[in-house]
Design a protein around this ligand. Structure first.
Ligand code: PLP
Length: 408
């Protein structure tokens, strides 16, 4: 029998959970909130959420749902049948991908869709090709599911787009999944149709699964288009999971509704996992999501126009700063400039060696919060979210520009 001393000597936190890097974007957001609470005039570019209200008709649907007792008990783990059907219909409308409602699993936000997708597909040691710069949650959810993230990086010289040659070079016998995200968080890059086709064909030839995260599908600029991989390469439909949600399109980040679309067997397995993981997603939120996905897209079009104006503004302001190289993003609401040439130079008596240190200096000296590229697998960059008022955007980038201009 082991003694209490042996037991207490064991780590308090499991290795699996202790190994997680906390979300850097949420950490930046928390710092900004704390400084603001102290009365500091901080401007935060960390937010990963639209700064617009959830549309009225969605809020009203939720309010009505609260008063309907049918929503007060457990419901089907995979999602309300009406919502699954509406998501299938919306997917056909928006991307041309035809699926049955039984191929849809409703999750607690896009985040849980990512986590459950990996938990359902990966066995320990399975490798996932992770395109970098990547969204900060991806590597953690791959690792939590026992998988191994294999980073494939593209930089500003290619507009942050990887090609098939890079994927092939990273492929091994253990490669099971390619994780694809277009429009991208953090770069705002949008893959053109031909590149998606080439990547889809390569995945098909090599028996690789694709998880494609389309959560920014409607936030596109300069005529860029969203092409869903299983539509471009229909042979891949049986080995692709499409992830999506209401958070970004309908400004519904706090409602926590996302989904997975995939082949019947995978969705059935992921639904069975969900019966133990969380049961059903809150019914009030599902009713709100139903009003959103079954409703019009005009709100997102208005939001898109506002984002587009800010996008142009931020890119032009960032490009004027010496040492900053900012490709023009074509989607989402992020700009991802390189600041590599500023690193190692002296600013206010300090020589920041990496973007973690530089972001810290900028927060202290200019009272502006940006997310360092380390959070996205690519040191040397900053992510600026332009989901903030234009006046703050101009003031914030001007402060950063003034500080970085002091670099010697
Ligand atoms: N996928 C990407 C690429 C994201 O940027 C986000 C949120 O930042 C999500 C998924 C998940 O969004 P949510 O969990 O709020 O639905």
């Amino acid at each position: 029998m082991s003694s209490p001393a042996t037991i207490t000597a064991r780590p308090r936190i499991s290795a699996r959970i202790a190994g997680i890097t906390p979300s850097a974007t949420l950490a930046v957001d928390a710092k900004v909130k704390a400084l603001k609470a102290e009365g500091r005039p901080v401007i935060g570019f960390g937010a990963g959420q639209p700064d617009f209200p959830t549309p009225d008709h969605v809020v009203e649907a939720a309010a009505a749902a609260v008063h309907d007792r049918a929503n007060h008990g457990y419901t089907a783990a995979a999602g309300l049948p009406e919502l699954r059907a509406a998501i299938a219909a919306k997917t056909l409308r928006d991307t041309g991908f035809e699926v049955a409602s039984t191929q849809v699993l409703v999750t607690n936000g896009g985040k849980q869709a990512v986590y459950s997708a990996f938990a359902t597909l990966l066995d320990p040691g399975d490798e996932v090709l992770l395109l970098a710069p990547y969204w900060t949650t991806y590597p953690e959810s791959i690792k939590l599911a026992g998988g191994v993230p294999v980073q494939v990086t593209a930089d500003e010289s290619t507009g942050y787009l990887v090609d098939v040659g890079q994927l092939e070079a990273a492929r091994t016998d253990r490669t099971k999944v390619l994780l694809f995200n277009s429009p991208s968080n953090p770069t705002g890059a949008v893959y053109p149709r031909e590149r998606i086709e080439a990547i889809g064909r390569w995945a098909h030839e090599n028996g690789i699964w694709v998880i494609t995260d389309e959560i920014y599908e409607h936030l596109l600029y300069d005529g860029a288009e969203n092409h869903s991989l299983p539509v471009v390469v229909p042979e891949m439909a049986d080995r692709t999971l499409v992830l999506n949600g209401v958070a970004k399109t309908y400004s519904m980040t706090g409602w926590r509704v996302g989904w997975i679309i995939g082949p019947q067997d995978v969705v059935k397995a992921a639904s069975s996992y969900q019966t133990h993981l969380c049961g059903n997603v809150a019914n009030i939120s599902q009713r709100a999501a139903l009003a959103a996905v079954a409703g019009p897209l005009d709100v997102v079009h208005q939001m898109r126009e506002a984002f587009d104006a800010r996008r142009k503004r931020i890119v032009s302001l960032l490009s004027e700063i010496p040492g900053v190289d900012c490709p023009t993003p074509q989607g989402a609401f992020y700009a991802y400039p390189s600041v590599k040439s500023v690193l190692g130079k002296e600013i206010r008596g300090e020589r920041p060696a990496d973007t973690l240190e530089l972001a810290d200096l900028i927060l202290r000296e200019a009272e502006v919060a940006v997310v360092p590229g380390e959070a996205f697998g690519t040191p040397g960059y900053f992510r600026f979210s332009y989901a903030l008022a234009e006046a703050d955007l101009v003031e914030g980038v001007t402060r950063v520009g003034n500080l970085l201009s002091e670099a010697r």
